[in-house]
Design a protein around this ligand. Structure first.
Ligand code: AAL
Length: 411
């Protein structure tokens, strides 16, 4: 059957209907914006064949005790996972405080303001990625007035010329007192088991006054890319009233800096915790909650200009993927298949603690797991939806609208 389409000047031209068999390549015909996008924006016209589309699966980890989940022990914001000395390593924020977080006002030297306050960076190892052995502290809180004396959190690992570097958020006051403000600090070691030497100087500075990242440099995420250190990070800004979260990039030839901020920052307009991995000649990113482009996987051929590559669901929280080629992708990034993430808050705001879990996916050029490329996650549990119910205020609004409708009907 002939179909007609409007050209720019609204004249009608005829072409055959779109074929039943979805062409693998962009067909030579007039296309709607949506079909143009389906062949230009994504790596394949169907998600099943899109290497940057995936579902996520979750597994409970063995080896971590949370003191009966009473809020006094919390583990969150895991680093990338690396494989060294025949085993996997992961670093994370570890809080063990007499009480659960009580907010900035009630916080003091032993009462935390937030889940990542009064914390240290601990690490664990595993031979299979499911059962972990907690090794203890890697980065303790340094003595006052050093960077991070109040809390050190949200670390990530870099291996460069045979040495190891941990970048982390260094708080000089309880989070929430002025905001979640902190710069990034760094410590280095000859082995992933430490000992770690603090550099005791700021590694990635806050932006200048009035700039988007003037207050917080969060979630430092370093890679070796194009023979330099590409460190992605997140910042919170605008605050009108809610904060927006976007990601930026800082580049250096030397792990201890100086880091130059990318003049195009922010390079990702959405997301929360930063999660990147080398992919083909570029960098891919998992863009989590927050922002117009939340729950997308994005790709930048140059590591800077990110475009949406797929839309996904049930994304992991603060994922730390196992990135085998994080420090030596040499322009041929192979992608990822699993990692450690957190659920925060794990049970309720009342508990105020987080747990670590394992996520699996297929964002790899070397794995073709059709199960991970399915279209929909079936929740099949009405409670899962009813738990996200209407507030009293919303019920009031609906009740009022119903009454207005009835009154209009009577008049
Ligand atoms: C996380 C991360 C950073 C923030 C806080 C702890 O989601 O973005 O680490 O500071 O929340």
């Amino acid at each position: 059957m002939l179909a007609f389409f409007f050209t720019g000047s609204l004249t009608l031209n005829a072409q055959e209907g779109f074929p039943f068999k979805l062409p693998k390549e962009k067909p030579d015909r007039e296309l709607s914006a949506a079909m143009e996008r389906n062949y230009t924006q994504y790596m394949a016209p169907r998600p099943e064949h899109n290497e940057l589309y995936t579902q996520f699966k979750y597994t409970e980890l063995k080896g971590f005790d949370y003191n009966g989940y009473d809020g006094t022990i919390s583990r969150r914001d895991p680093s990338k996972v690396i494989f060294e000395n025949g085993k996997y390593y992961v670093w994370y924020t570890y809080r063990n405080t007499p009480t659960k977080p009580q907010g900035a006002k009630k916080s003091n030297d032993s009462i935390p303001s937030a889940d990542w306050d009064l914390s240290e960076i601990w690490y664990a190892t595993s031979t299979d990625g499911f059962t972990w052995e907690e090794q203890g502290v890697a980065i303790p809180r340094p003595p006052k007035p050093n960077i991070g004396w109040r809390s050190v959190s949200t670390a990530d690992i870099l291996k460069f010329k045979g040495k190891y570097y941990l970048y982390y958020q260094g708080f000089m006051e309880a989070s929430g007192k002025r905001g979640d403000d902190c710069p990034v600090a760094v410590s280095y070691a000859d082995s992933p088991d430490g000992p770690w030497t603090p550099y005791n100087k700021i590694a990635v500075n806050n932006g200048k006054e009035g700039e988007w990242d003037q207050y917080s440099i969060h979630d430092p995420h370093p890679f070796v890319y194009k023979d330099k250190i590409y460190l992605y990070y997140k910042s919170d800004f605008d605050g009108d009233p809610k904060l927006v979260r976007m990601s930026g990039l800082a580049i250096s030839k030397n792990p201890l800096g100086p880091f130059e901020k990318c003049p195009l920052n922010p390079v990702i307009n959405s997301g929360h915790e930063t999660v990147m991995f080398p992919f083909k000649e570029g960098m891919a990113a998992m863009v989590l909650k927050d922002g117009n482009e939340h729950f997308t996987i994005q790709y930048a051929e140059d590591g800077i200009n990110f475009e949406i590559a797929s839309i996904v669901e049930m994304m992991p929280g603060a994922p730390g993927p196992f990135v085998p080629d994080a420090f030596n992708s040499n322009g041929n990034g192979r992608g990822i298949t699993w990692g450690i993430s957190h659920l925060s808050p794990a049970f309720s705001w009342k508990h105020g603690m987080s747990i670590l879990m394992r996520f699996d996916c297929d964002l790899s050029l070397d794995v073709h797991d059709a199960e991970m490329k399915r279209h929909e996650v079936y929740h099949m549990n009405p409670e899962y939806f009813y738990k996200h119910g209407l507030s009293g205020k919303q019920l009031q609004r609906i009740k009022k609208a119903n009454e207005q409708l009835k009154n209009k009907n009577h008049n």
